[in-house]
Design a binder for this molecule. Sequence first.
Ligand code: HEM
Length: 201
Amino acid sequence: MSDQPSRPAAASPMLAALRDGTRDHHAAVERRLGLPDRIRARGDLAVALAALLAAWSPLERDLAAADWSGLPLDRRLGEAAALLRADLAALGVAVDRPAAGSGLDFGTTARAVGGRYVLLGSALGGRVIAPEVERRLGLREGEATRFFRRSGGAPGRDWRDFRRALAGREWSVAERHDAAGAARSTFDFVGGAAAVRPSGA
Ligand code: HEM
């Protein structure tokens, strides 16, 4: 399949720094969201999607405004927040548009790279999660799982392009450090949104 991410033998130093620097943070967010294990009814899915939207919407906006001039990447990430809204609408849940930004510092290209890594990489887990959620809830393919599937997008290609862009230029130790720090903050931001659960959920 052409949209599958390619798997080069070795990660670039920047990607390795992001991966090594966020392993624990990924595990923590995974635990907190509890996907797909905690999804037993449609309401559980709605709670998880609403939490993801509360994080994704400001993060996508802030990252689109970051300085991408040093990298051959589109500043827009594909607007996965729109897919979250569509999934929530499919579940009959109305959502407000959050006005505030994330408050995270994406003020350098390296720091913006850290944020983008988290949002783009999450699609890799999404392809594992989507079929399992659909099976558990008896949903059709893509029914309220458009975000996990990144329906209409090409997450494999986006991930490959991102990896290539990172590998295509030199990054100082300080930049790799900054990128990993921003990625950790991004994971924390997503985890923080997931921690806010409606009563009874
Ligand atoms: C909660 C359920 C989640 C599960 C079960 C999960 C699972 C996975 C899996 C299996 C992969 C590796 C996929 C592959 O190598 O083909 C992956 C990668 C990744 N996920 Fe998740 N994920 C989850 C949530 C998230 C979230 C919410 C984020 C972001 C906030 C995220 C960020 C990432 C990143 C950045 C990678 C790429 C790691 C790398 O290769 O460097 N994940 N995830």
